[in-house]
Every structure is written in C-alpha cells, then in structure tokens.
Design a protein around this ligand. Sequence first.
Ligand SMILES: *Cc1c(COP(=O)(O)O)cnc(C)c1O
Length: 372
Amino acid sequence: MKIPFNIPYTTGKEIDYINEAINKRHLSGNGPLTRKCQEYFEKRWGFKKALLTTSCTDALEMCALLIDIKPGDEVIVPAYTFVSTALAFARQGARIVFVDSRPDSPLMDECLLEKLITPKTKAIVPVHYAGIACDMDRIMDIANRHKIYVIEDAAYGINSFYKGKALGGIGNLGCFSFHETKPIHCGEGGLLVINDERFIERAEIILEKGTNRTAFSRGDVSYYEWVDTGSSFLISDINAAFLYAQLEHLDQILEERMILWELYFNTLNQFSNHPEYNLPSIPGFAKHNASIFYLIFKDENTLENYRKKFEDSGIQAITHYLDLSKSPYYKNNYKSIGLKTDNATTFANTLLRLPLYNGQTNIDTITTVLNT
Ligand SMILES: *Cc1c(COP(=O)(O)O)cnc(C)c1O
C-alpha cells in the first residue's frame, strides 16, 4: 500500500463552472468567474480589494512593484520559507535580509526584527507557516514605528486568523497561493489582497501589463494604453472557474482537514514513549486552517530514521523549506547581511510533514509507524 503526501482535492463542481466560463465566452482574465471569486474574498474576509493572479509568486512580485523596490532597498524575509518570498523582491534589486525562526517554532522570530532594520529597510514579509499566524501586533507595531511596509505571505493561510482577523488582511498587502499543494487550489493560482487603499488603482494596472485596461473594461476610459510598469499577472477565467468550485466547498474542505489534523495531534499526544519529536505548537492568538501537519524531531538523524521507516511502509513523509540564506543562488550573489539563522537551519533539518489530504482514511496506519 502506498500513501502519498498529497492528493489534490476536487469537488466535482469544477467542470460545471468551467462550462459556465465557456458558455459565457470569456476565457481570458478579468472575466465573470474571476469577479465571482474576487467578490467572494472581499465579502467573506473583508479584504478591501482582491485580485486573482497566476500564482502566489506573481502576487509577491506585484507587491515588489507596488512598493517600488529599487536596487539597494532592503527587505526582511524569514530564512525558513519558500524561494518566492525572497525571489520576488530580489528580482527588483532588493537586498534580502534574512530573519531567523523562533526557537520554538518555524515562524519568524519577531524579537529579532528591530535589530535588522536600517534606513534602507522597505518592507517586512511575515510568512504564516502552515496557516499559523505570526505575531502580527508586534510586527505591525515595529513596521509602523519605522514607517515600513508589511506584506503577508499567506500562501497557506486561507481562512486562518490572528486574534480573529483574517490572515492576509492585516498588512498593507497580502498574498495567497492556490497551487495544488495548498488547502484550496486551481492547479496553479494566487491572490493579491490590498488592504492599503493607496495601492488599488496601480495594482489593477500592474496586473494588466502596465495598461489601464481594467478601467477601460469598466467603461471608465474610452481606450486603454501603456501607463505604468507591470506584467501579465492575471489568471485565466478557466482557472478562476475551477477555484470558484473550491471556494463554494471551502468550509467542508477545511473542516475535514481539521478533523484529520486533530486526529494526528490527539493520537500522537497519547504516545508517552516518544521524546524523539514534538508536535506543532499553536500560539493562543492563532486559529489555523490545518493546511500542514508536521513534527519537529529532536535532531537530523532522528528525522532521517523516521523518514526511512515511513518510506519502508510506503508512506510519503517529506521535509519542507531549506534555510534560504544557505541556498546556492543567495550565497553566489549576495554578501550575507543580517544575523545568524541557526533555528531556520534546525527546522530545515528536523521538520517533517505527514500526509494530509481530503478523503484520507489512513491516519492510524501512519501514526503506528511513530509508535514503534
Ligand atoms: C507555496 C508557497 C509560495 C508560492 O506559491 P505559488 O502559488 O506556487 O507561486 C510562496 N510562499 C510560500 C510560503 C509558499 O509556501
């Protein structure tokens, strides 16, 4: 028996909405299904403006353009994150300043931020790892005092909360991913959330290849032309149609994932003979969305032993991010600035994700491996 790490979930309704897109004869971006999704995001989580993009990476790249990143600007990014969190800003010439993880969790250590801020710092990019909120009050307070932007990388953060506030809706800008490995998806897709109204008009232009085509399609202007920088960041209405079906089933999808997550947690919590690993710890201010179930092993060798045990049982358990400050691209192109990232390195070596997908019925088989 093989147990994969992930099986992308489909609701069965995706094809109906794709047919709707076909029947409406609008398959490119900014169509009726895109608008349906965007309105859903704005209504449900109170986001001021939601724009669908082709990926979270693209949404982050739009942020770099929106805040006018210039060569020499500094952007503070956790070392323990996906490449895109740093790459989007590095591509515009920013110097990436890595911040370490907390000792007790893979999320950024907000206590270190103040030390990393210089007159060149333009933005902080908190990453809500596994849909678990960073300490946003402290991060927003530091950013406000130093007049720098906060861009939330909420790639995994759909319907997760910080003190009751939806992730992605707290910083100036927020980014989500609908890649098939995230809790709701459309194959490849993303979302830019704009909470700071100053960015709305320009974001619509950057999304549409630097043109005011969005204003034109609303009838605000009589023709459209090249007015700013940008790229083709917008999603096809075919993908938006797929995503809309997932949004309609969001509560059911996330409830089922939470049942699986808690089954893992409660089962493993009962095993008293395992000093080898720790379970995820969720801060009191965070309500997460069960996007990832992970364990933190006591060291690299212990992780490797268990990973091997899983593999021998046909179970695909996988590590996650690497410490970006030690990646070949960063080391070859940048003189390291910032502080040490020992905790991020430790989480890169000791964090293991277990299979979690809708329709899963094999949690007992998986947890048994951890009880031997
Ligand atoms: C997955 C992920 C991304 C990239 O998402 P795409 O939609 O694949 O571009 C960015 N940041 C984080 C933290 C991620 O986990």
